[in-house]
Design a protein. Sequence first.
Length: 203
Amino acid sequence: GQRESLVVTLQQSWRWVLASALALVALVLTLQQWGLPLASRAVVAATPLSVDQSLGEASLTLLDGHLMLPSKLPLDQQNRLRAALDKAAGALPAGSLPRWQLLFRKSRIGPNAFALPGGTLVMTDELMELVEGDDKVLIAVLAHELGHVQHRHGVRMLVQATALSALAGAVLGDFSTVLAGLPVLLGQASYSRQAEHEADAQA
């Protein structure tokens, strides 16, 4: 008079197996698309700015040791651009932008500008040369980087990558395989696009 349990019965039905697999995929996609970004925003909001600053300082030290050299731009040119960016940032509501600083470096990676966690913006001499010192273009680029600072994208991406790695490992059951790392790369590409859109809108 014994019967198979409900779980065994469902496991023996290809329809239920297929439905379960589809439900799992839908759950993972929902978490990746909406759940993790919302959770990471909450985590970052609860994280003190001192964490961003420590990460930024460590990142700058690493970059200066491997990819960056002291800037060759004249000091008056650097200060002029800092003043122009400060004026542009003044259009934002008071207190809406964390403390920031603009640094200049000669680089081994070519024309570029980027934001580090904690409010440090780095612009390369090569970018200045590429646009022939056009302040309007440079301020537009730096305003985009200020958008990253305002939204704390550096720390948020770190939180999302960590959470996505944990989720991929839990679902796939292996933290060491390429298969477990692939969802992290794909997810981060999506998150990166979202961050770039947010920074563009802020700029």
